[in-house]
Design a protein around this ligand. Structure first.
Ligand code: ATP
Ligand code: MG
Length: 285
C-alpha cells in the first residue's frame, strides 16, 4: 500500500506539537530520535523532517503529499497547495512595529519608510491593498534589531506575547494577520492516498474536538432539571439518572472549553452540586 507522506518541521516551534498530535491520533513512529524520515507503525504514513520554509514547496512538488506549517508560511510562499485543516496550536500574529518613541498615527505614516521583514510577500500584499508605498527590506532573522541599528524605520514580524518587541524598544502598531498551525495538501492526490488522508483527518478532528471539550457530571435538583439540561445540551442530549436521594438527579454531558466558566456559573445558580469536570481523550463527532 502506498504511504501518505507528511512533512513536519525538523526542529522549531511546530515540531513537538505536530508529533504529539500524530501520537494522539494513534500514530507511533518507528524512531524516537528524529532522523530525516520515519515510518509509522500500523498506519500507512511516512514523516519527512524539513525546515518549515521548505514545506509548502515540497508539498506543491508532490515530494510530500501534505505538510504542517504556520499559516504565515502558507501565505508567504503562495504555493499551489490548499489549506485543509486548522490545528489551533502555535498561534501568533504578524504585525508591523515601530520604535516606541515614534509618533505613529496611521498606516499612511509608513509611506516612503523602510520596513524590514522575513515576510515580504504578505507585507507587500497588505501595503498594496492599503495603498501604502514603502521600501521592503528582506532579512531572514533578527528582524527586530533593524530599527535600533539604523537599518529600518519599522519592522513586520511574528509577535506572540510582544515581549521581544518591548525588549527591543518597539511597539506594535498594526496586526496584519493571525496565524496558527495548519495542514496543507497538494492539489492532486490519488484515490488511495486521499483515503489515507481522510482517515488521518478524521482521527485528528477527534483529538482536537476532545481537547476543546470536557466531560461534566453534576447533581441537579429535580425542580431545575429542565433548565440544567438546556444549559449543557452536550453532543445529543445529556444522560440523566435518578440519585438514591429523592428529588435529585445525576446529569452527564459534554461542555466546550470556550463557554466553560460561563456555563459553570449558570449551573451553580441553578443549584447544581458536586460538579466534576473530566478531560476527554478522544471525541468522535
Ligand atoms: P526553521 O528552522 O524550520 O526555518 P523557523 O525559525 O523559521 O524554523 P520557528 O521559529 O520554529 O521557525 O517557528 C515556526 C512557526 O511557528 C512560525 O512560522 C509561526 O507560524 C509559529 N511561531 C513563531 N513564533 C511563535 C511564537 N512566539 N509563538 C507561537 N507560534 C510561533
Ligand atoms: Mg523557517
Amino acid at each position: 500500500m502506498e504511504k501518505l507522506r507528511i512533512a513536519i518541521q525538523k526542529s522549531g516551534r511546530l515540531s513537538e506539537k505536530s508529533l504529539l498530535l500524530l501520537k494522539e491520533a494513534g500514530i507511533s513512529l518507528n524512531n524516537g530520535s528524529r532522523k530525516l524520515r520515519s515510518v509509522a507503525q500500523a498506519f500507512p504514513l511516512e514523516v519527512i523532517y524539513l525546515r518549515d520554509d521548505d514545506i509548502p514547496q515540497y508539498v506543491e512538488d508532490g515530494v510530500a503529499h501534505i505538510g504542517i506549517v504556520g499559516e504565515n508560511e502558507f501565505a508567504e510562499k503562495a504555493c499551489e497547495v490548499k489549506l485543509i485543516e486548522r490545528l489551533g496550536y502555535s498561534r501568533c500574529r504578524l504585525s508591523i512595529a515601530v520604535p516606541k518613541s515614534d509618533n505613529y498615527k496611521s498606516l499612511e505614516d509608513l509611506n516612503g519608510k523602510r520596513i524590514t521583514t522575513s515576510y515580504p510577500v504578505i507585507l507587500k500584499n497588505y501595503l498594496d491593498e492599503k495603498g501604502v508605498k514603502a521600501e521592503i527590506h528582506v532579512l531572514s532573522g533578527s528582524v527586530e534589531l533593524a530599527p535600533s541599528i539604523g537599518m529600518a524605520d519599522a519592522i513586520f514580524d511574528i509577535v506572540s506575547s510582544g515581549s521581544t518587541l518591548i525588549s527591543n524598544g518597539l511597539k506594535e502598531v498594526e496586526v496584519v494577520m493571525k496565524s496558527e498551525a495548519v495542514i496543507i495538501a497538494g492539489r492532486q492526490l490519488d484515490a488511495e492516498i486521499q483515503a489515507v488522508l481522510d482517515d488521518l483527518i478524521f482521527r485528528i478532528r477527534s483529538v482536537l474536538a476532545a481537547s476543546n471539550n470536557k466531560y461534566i457530571l453534576l447533581n441537579a435538583p429535580n425542580e431545575n432539571l429542565q433548565q440544567i439540561i438546556e444549559t449543557i445540551p452536550g453532543m445529543k442530549s445529556p444522560t440523566v439518572m435518578p440519585l438514591a436521594e429523592p428529588g435529585w438527579s445525576s446529569v452527564h454531558s459534554v461542555l466546550s472549553e470556550k463557554e466553560f466558566w460561563a456555563v459553570i456559573d449558570r449551573l451553580r445558580e441553578l443549584g447544581a452540586q458536586g460538579i466534576l469536570v473530566i478531560p476527554i481523550e478522544k471525541m468522535i463527532v
